[in-house]
Design a protein around this ligand. Structure first.
Ligand SMILES: [Fe+2]
Ligand SMILES: [Fe+2]
Length: 180
């Protein structure tokens, strides 16, 4: 198997995506253990950044390659789960950590992501397993995603995260007006 050692090491696409999953799981665990608002704010920003990059890599590169290769319903579900996660990411990224629902939002995002990751990684039947069985060029996809990840990481550092035009979520907006 050829390697492109100069700037892009040979990266298996599924290994790259699974490594991202483990990184985010670690950040959620740190968030749960954090004791100060500042620590939580920093971790929430890292979670939002990691997930924004990861969902983009999947949607723009990996899921595109999966079209027609994996089960169509599972593919659609993965996209919709990403969209749901983006709304929660935007809610978390927009608030300064003062919102009394901040912890709840991060925990709901954690649960959404755990469910989604389960569907991607499920042995034998998940999206990744189907992609592998379908014969995708995982080395080529991995190299492209590694490059795109570098680019996005640098871009978001300078320009901040892109935010969808989400209207505030109703329950938590009402909740903010009510006494804690
Ligand atoms: Fe995903
Ligand atoms: Fe993923």
């Amino acid at each position: 198997m050829a390697t492109t050692e100069k700037s892009t090491p040979n990266v298996d696409a599924i290994a790259l995506l699974k490594a991202d999953h483990r990184t985010v799981e670690g950040l959620f665990a740190k968030y749960e253990a954090a004791t100060t608002r500042a620590q939580k704010r920093t971790l929430a920003t890292q979670i939002c950044t990691e997930l924004t990059i990861h969902t983009w890599l999947e949607e723009d590169i990996f899921y595109q390659a999966c079209k027609g290769v994996v089960d169509a319903a599972l593919h659609d579900e993965a996209h919709v789960e990403h969209d749901a996660a983006k709304l929660m990411i935007a809610e978390i990224a927009r608030d300064s950590g003062e919102d009394r629902f901040h912890d709840a939002k991060v925990m709901v995002l954690k649960e959404e992501i755990a469910h989604h990751v389960g569907e991607e990684e499920s042995a034998g039947v998940g999206l990744f397993a189907q992609a592998k069985k379908g014969g995708l060029d995982l080395a080529e996809l991995g190299a492209r995603m590694a490059e795109e990840k570098k680019r996005l990481t640098a871009d978001y550092k300078v320009n901040g995260l892109p935010m969808p035009d989400a209207t505030p979520l109703v329950a938590t907006s009402i909740g903010q007006l009510a006494p804690a």
